[in-house]
Design a protein around this ligand. Structure first.
Ligand code: PMP
Length: 450
């Protein structure tokens, strides 16, 4: 297709036309298509530090970070070096290798409660396998999930999911049969009474509760104090498992993920009331940061539960490229780079960006609410507190779209949806923050006019 003369990004537009001729919607993952914000998706060519550069040569400060993996910034030298060194030794063997052992050790070492871990190639595979394992271990059929929580495109979990499903306002997905979701109970996030009621209604039938450790796929909705602990208690009282999905939060909000972060807060603030009663998830799922930008996921937890997996036990699970040497090398280098200084920088940077956004939207008179879960945050274009998916959906997506394009034109790449978290990296320095600060007033005025 010929580029329009007023097309601001002709190279991206030409690539999008080519892509749309051979790939549904021109993208390999829906939110990339800019459907909810409008306009031409930017086709990225390269990245370095906090920046990404598109096919037209425009450079942006990146607040997506490949949706989480690029916690050290783009083209981090140590990660690239680990990948090159691994690649030079061969790409895949389909046998065990040392790299996957080292990555598994790094995960077990960082997260209390993870005794054993199995590597897979995406977050979706991790949650799919964890669900199967929970059902296999307990011999029970039902799963509790929360509206607005996204756990990948696992058939059974595409019921009231967040992320792209929220962006496109799909109640769930065509092609998922009623029998597949029949055993899934969807409840409002942050509502322990609803969870108690579900267990009272289905005693001995629920295999597991799965939750995002801090919800970040309907925008960022932190768990209320005691929510996760309460879930663990309710599940365990009935003999069910508690699965924490840390695909997004794992190794990002702290060295030990959200669980480690929450437990350390509980220990220092006894007011939460659970410090004397330790709670541990039975299973965790991971992805993103543990792949450093290459396809890696993982699930792990209690040794006796994980012992049910093939080849030790009757729950089957496998993968041609699971534990791939290049991917595990990238992941290990990424984790190794996540020092205490990096986490301190991420927290500070998230705070600074959040404050800048708050101030700019305040000054432009735009109703909004900034919500944070550790160094993950997002802005809801609404006045009200957002504790769950119903509240998240009351925001103005038109205001977000105007704000998004204002930021994009000023050189800041935000998640192209109002229902996604924003991601900072170790490479977001003062210059990157200045670009964001300079972009905000104009974008906020655009949001005010939407
Ligand atoms: N769980 C959570 C909490 C996620 O945020 C995501 C992806 N954003 C997934 C699972 C699925 O991971 P993947 O896209 O790697 O399949």
């Amino acid at each position: 297709a010929a580029a329009r003369s007023d097309e601001p990004v002709p190279a991206s537009a030409a690539l999008f036309a080519r892509a749309s001729a051979v790939t549904p919607g021109g993208v390999n993952s829906p939110v990339r298509a800019f459907r909810s914000v409008g306009g031409t998706p930017r086709f990225m060519r390269s990245g370095r530090g906090p920046h990404i550069t598109d096919a037209d040569g425009n450079t942006y400060v990146d607040l997506v970070g490949s949706w989480g993996p690029m916690i050290l910034g783009h083209a981090n030298p140590a990660v690239l070096e680990a990948v090159s060194a691994a690649a030079a030794r061969g790409l895949s063997f389909g046998t065990p290798g040392e790299g996957e052992v080292a990555l598994a050790e790094a995960i077990v070492d960082r997260v209390p409660g993870v005794d054993r871990v199995r590597l897979v190639s995406s977050g979706t595979e991790a949650t799919m396998s964890a669900i199967r394992l929970a059902r296999g271990f307990t011999g029970r059929p039902k799963i509790v999930k929360f509206a607005g929580c996204y756990h990948g495109h696992v058939d059974a979990l595409l019921a009231s999911a967040g992320s792209g499903v929220a962006t496109f306002a799909l109640p769930d997905s065509a092609g998922v049969t009623a029998s597949t979701t029949a055993e899934v109970i969807v409840l409002p996030y942050n509502d322990l009474d609803a969870v108690r009621a579900a267990f009272a209604e289905h005693p001995g039938q629920i295999a597991a509760i799965i939750t995002e450790s801090a919800a970040a796929n309907m925008g960022v909705v932190p768990p209320r104090p005691g929510f996760n602990a309460g879930l663990a208690r309710i599940a365990h009282d009935d003999g069910a498992l508690f699965i924490m999905d840390e695909v997004m939060t794992g190794f990002r909000v702290s060295r030990a993920g959200w669980y480690g972060h929450e437990r350390s807060v509980e220990t220092s603030v006894s007011a939460v009331g659970t410090a004397d009663q330790p709670w541990v998830p039975d299973l965790f799922t991971f992805g993103k940061v543990i792949g450093g930008g290459l396809p890696v996921g993982a699930f792990g937890g209690r040794a006796d539960v994980m012992a049910m997996l093939a080849p030790n036990g009757p729950v089957y699970q496998a993968g041609t490229l699971s534990g791939n040497p290049i991917a595990t090398a990238a992941g290990l280098a990424n984790l190794t780079g996540c020092t205490a200084d990096v986490y301190a920088h991420l927290d500070r940077t998230a705070g600074t960006v959040g404050d800048l956004v708050d101030r700019a939207l305040d000054e432009a008179g735009v109703p909004h609410r900034l919500q944070r879960a550790g160094n993950l945050f997002s802005v809801f274009f609404t006045d009200a507190e957002v504790p769950d998916y119903d509240a998240a959906r009351t925001q103005s997506t038109a205001a977000f779209a105007a704000f998004f394009h204002g930021m994009l034109e000023a050189g800041v790449y935000l998640p192209p949806s109002a229902f996604e978290a924003w991601f900072v990296s170790a490479a977001h320095d003062d210059a990157a923050l200045q670009t964001i600060a300079d972009a905000l007033p104009g974008a906020a005025r655009k949001a005010a006019q939407a």
